[in-house]
Design a protein around this ligand. Structure first.
Ligand code: GLU
Ligand code: MG
Length: 436
């Protein structure tokens, strides 16, 4: 069931990869993972250490599971023990905006060679495999939004803002192309200095990897242009937010199940059940997809952030926006309530698990919300505490995540709620502005 290869095979692959990237000028390899608070942490090895890293993994304390956004620790995180961080060479990329460096996402294993139960990336892979056992695949993509300091002022989606940042954005496109990532679209977003990138969809774990690689690339290219990019859920009180919208489509035997069925807007019964499962778990899923106290400064009506628990065809205020697209293969659903603070592996894994539960129970979608949901549909949790409570009560997510991961996420949520309890919106925003 596990797709992870034996040590000797990993080492042989790493030897080849290291020879290749060294010839291309790489000196160091970054192995990254995202913690429960949504922060990316890294270790690096010289390129000639890659083989050893792939064979044995790099030491990584389990206390990282209790790290908060400000680098303090949840009370449950202890100082004892060690894990092995193993680079996934299938996702190794040379970093075009950090010459001499390559990057690979890491999986975390125990010293005995078993999957670490708190590994978020392996949770996403397990959820993908559980769907595969039913003959189903998911294609996913995460939109990346960010705001740069001192960004050119001008109208939302405005040409003035694009002109002001032509060199920066061109550099970004070129860098992503050199890293072999397929950009679908790039545009100036709603607020000054805000941009959005969408990338070609892929396997769920690949989509989460891509979201991280794109974010790191945006950060690196921004610095080269004297800009600092923020992926915080909001960067100004009452401002528009940085979403991390998750698009997904469900497939069986090469057919998109979001098309040609007898359910609403052509959904097949399976796609409908999957989405109904997601809707049923959405309050709990927010503890994964909107993980910060700051997330709830974004999740308010009128910001296209999807703060209501409802769905609607092309409804940008609904948490679940159905998109039929112009061709059958384009049909997909967009979860809009997630933001850029989310650990994308937790978000993707949670959504797949909720969808799978919906399939198991053959759930049906409730009535569609065709217009503005405000005052009509149920509000999603208005604070992280409510979302964490929903996760605490979610048998579906608890079973899918396994108790160690589920508990460590809850510990981090509780500790961050306490951390920010005395702070107002402006102080919360300052505290997380450059953390994600
Ligand atoms: N920036 C908005 C958000 O916080 C989303 C805008 C859009 O629909 O792309 O989610
Ligand atoms: Mg957008």
């Amino acid at each position: 069931m596990s797709t992870v290869k034996p040590r000797a095979e990993r080492a042989a692959e790493a030897r080849l990869a290291a020879t290749r990237i060294e010839a291309e000028g790489v000196d160091g390899v970054i192995v990254g993972w995202v913690d429960n608070s949504g922060v990316t942490r890294v270790k690096t090895v010289p390129v000639r250490g890659l083989e050893n890293a792939a064979r044995w993994g790099l030491g990584a304390s389990p206390c990282f599971d209790g790290f908060l956004v400000d680098d303090s620790l949840a009370p449950s995180a202890g100082p004892v023990g060690d894990l092995r961080l193993v680079p996934d060479l299938a996702a190794l990329h040379r970093l075009a905006a950090q010459p001499g460096w390559a990057w690979a996402p890491g999986d975390r294993w125990t010293q005995q060679g078993d999957p670490h139960p708190g590994c978020q990336r392996q949770f996403a892979r397990r959820a993908t495999e559980a769907l595969a056992e039913r003959g189903l695949t998911v294609r996913a993509g995460i939109e990346v939004e960010w705001i740069v300091d001192g960004g050119e002022a001008g109208p939302a989606y405005g040409m003035r803002r694009l002109i002001g940042h032509s060199d920066y954005l061109r550099d970004l496109l070129r860098t992503l192309r050199e890293q072999k990532l397929t950009v679908l679209q790039l545009h100036p977003e709603y607020s000054d200095g805000q941009f959005e990138l969408s990338l070609a969809p892929g396997d769920p774990v690949e989509a989460a990897d891509t979201a991280m690689l794109v974010r790191h690339t945006v950060q690196a290219v921004s610095l080269r242009h004297g800009l600092r990019a923020s992926f915080a859920p909001v960067t100004a009180p009452n401002g528009v937010g940085n979403g991390g919208h998750l698009h997904l489509s469900l497939w069986r035997d090469g057919q998109n199940l979001g098309h040609g069925g007898s359910g609403p807007h052509g959904l097949t019964r399976e796609a409908e059940a999957f989405l109904a499962g997601v809707l049923a778990e959405l309050p709990a899923l927010l503890a994964l997809g909107a993980p910060s106290v700051a997330s709830y400064l974004r999740l308010v009506p009128g910001h296209w952030s999807g703060p209501h628990r409802c769905w609607g065809l092309e409804n940008r205020e609904a948490a679940l926006r159905l998109i039929t697209g112009s061709a059958p293969e384009q049909a997909n659903a967009e979860i809009k309530c997630f933001d850029a603070a989310a650990n994308p592996y937790l978000a993707v894994g949670g959504v797949l698990a909720a969808g799978l539960a919906g399939l198991g129970a053959a759930l049906r979608l409730p009535a569609e919300t065709p217009g503005d949901p405000d005052g009509v549909a149920e509000r999603l949790p208005a604070g992280l505490g409510q979302a964490a409570d929903a996760l605490r009560k979610s048998e579906v997510l608890r079973a899918a995540m396994g108790d160690p991961l589920w508990q460590s996420v809850l510990d981090v949520r509780e500790a961050e709620i306490a951390l920010f309890a005395e702070l107002g919106p402006a102080e919360i925003i300052e505290a997380v502005r450059y953390r994600y």
